[in-house]
Design a protein around this ligand. Structure first.
Ligand code: HEC
Length: 179
C-alpha cells in the first residue's frame, strides 16, 4: 500500500500538538508549578538589593556555565546530600532561570546552607586556598562591592527552616527504612 505524504504529515502534526499541549500548555494551568513555594519567595529579591545585584554578577561572570541550581529526584542527586529536591515553585522569581546544565562544579541551589560569608569571599578571591586542586577560576578582579553582593546572593540560596526540617525528616525516615 502506498502512503500519502499528506497523511503522514497530518499524523505528525497531531502528535506534535499533543506534545506541545502536554509539555508547554497544560503546565501553565498547574497551580503547584506556578505559585511560588515559601523557599521560592525567599528568591524574590528587592530591586537593587545586594542579592539582586549579586545575581547579576553571577550571570555576567558565567557561574551558571559550571554550576547548576537544580536538585533532581534521582539517586545521583539525593545521594549527594544536596538538600531538598527542587520544585517548580522554587523558581517562580528566578528569571532568567539559572538551572544550568553542566556540573563542572557542585550544585548551588542551597549552597547558602553550607558555608559562611568569609569562606565564600575567600573562595571567590582565591579558590585554591579553600579548595586545593580546584579548577574554579579566581574572581579576584571583582570590586569589594561586587564581591559583597555576590556573597550576599550565594548566602541567600537557602530553603526555609520548615523545608529544611522536612528534608531532614525525610533523610532520617529513608535511613531507618534502609536499616
Ligand atoms: C570553570 C568552572 C567554574 C566556574 C566558571 C565557576 N565555578 Fe564555582 N566551582 C567550580 C568547581 C570545580 C568547584 C568545586 C571545587 C571548589 O570548591 O572550588 C566549585 C565550587 C564552588 C562553590 C562551592 C560549592 C560547594 O558546594 O562546595 C561555590 C559557592 C562556587 N563554586 C561559586 C561560584 C561562583 C559564584 C561562580 C561565578 C562567579 C563560579 N563558582 C564559577 C567550578 C567553577
Amino acid at each position: 500500500m502506498e502512503r500519502k505524504p499528506s497523511a503522514v504529515l497530518i499524523v505528525a502534526l497531531i502528535l506534535w500538538t499533543f506534545g506541545v499541549a502536554g509539555t508547554v500548555i497544560l503546565p501553565l494551568f498547574d497551580q503547584e508549578i506556578n505559585s511560588a513555594t515559601a523557599s521560592g519567595e525567599l528568591r524574590n529579591y528587592q530591586e537593587d538589593s545586594a542579592e539582586a545585584r549579586g545575581r547579576e554578577i553571577y550571570v555576567q561572570n558565567g557561574c551558571q556555565t559550571c554550576h547548576t541550581q537544580f536538585v533532581r529526584a534521582l539517586p545521583a542527586d539525593t545521594n549527594q546530600n544536596l538538600g531538598p529536591v527542587t520544585k517548580g515553585g522554587d523558581y517562580k522569581y528566578d528569571l532568567p532561570h539559572l538551572l544550568g546544565s553542566n556540573r563542572t562544579g557542585p550544585d548551588l541551589m542551597w549552597v547558602g546552607l553550607k558555608y559562611n560569608e568569609d569562606w565564600q569571599r575567600q573562595h571567590l578571591i582565591d579558590p585554591q586556598s579553600t579548595s586545593p586542586g580546584t579548577i574554579m577560576p579566581s574572581f579576584d578582579y571583582l570590586s569589594n562591592q561586587e564581591l559583597d553582593d555576590l556573597v550576599a546572593y550565594l548566602m541567600s540560596l537557602k530553603p526555609t527552616e520548615e523545608r529544611l526540617e522536612e528534608y531532614k525528616k525525610e533523610l532520617n525516615d529513608a535511613k531507618s527504612n534502609s536499616n
